[in-house]
Write a protein that binds this ligand. Structure first.
Ligand SMILES: [Zn+2]
Length: 133
């Protein structure tokens, strides 16, 4: 089974569409130490601020203002943390967990040590969720 098929199956079950990740920076390069979606970042923006985008993260991120899931590219260590978490707590049947699984699949290649483990947990998850219908 190729990850692309697994991603399609996860998205067919419903996976939250994440919002673009932003942070605010002023001319001194200080950010506001908040993770924001673009909508909330624009609301908080002053004249001198500009929006920055970060794509990489070690964990799922949520907007500090509205709580919506943000689009991130998981790092490999983020994928490993996710695996460790899911070994203890099997992923739940909801849109946010499915997006996190998609993010994990998108972050790995067959050369990565954790590749088989990620594919394995997603296959078990799909069997359980699709079987429950
Ligand atoms: Zn927001």
């Amino acid at each position: 089974m190729q990850p692309k098929d697994l991603i399609n199956r996860l998205e067919c079950l419903g996976a939250v569409e994440p919002k673009v990740f932003c942070y605010l920076e002023n001319e001194n390069g200080n950010d506001y130490e908040k993770d924001l979606c673009r909508d909330c970042a624009k609301k908080m923006m002053k004249d001198t601020d500009f929006l920055g985008y970060t794509l990489e993260s070690d964990s799922p991120k949520f907007c500090d203002e509205c709580g919506e899931l943000l689009a991130v590219e998981l790092t490999l260590s983020g994928v490993e943390d996710g695996l460790e978490h899911y070994e203890r707590n099997f992923p739940q049947n909801n849109d946010i967990e499915r997006r996190h699984l998609v993010n994990m699949l998108e972050a790995i290649t067959p050369e990565d040590d954790c590749y088989d483990q990620v594919v394995d947990i997603v296959e078990k998850y799909l069997l359980k969720i699709e079987g429950a219908d």
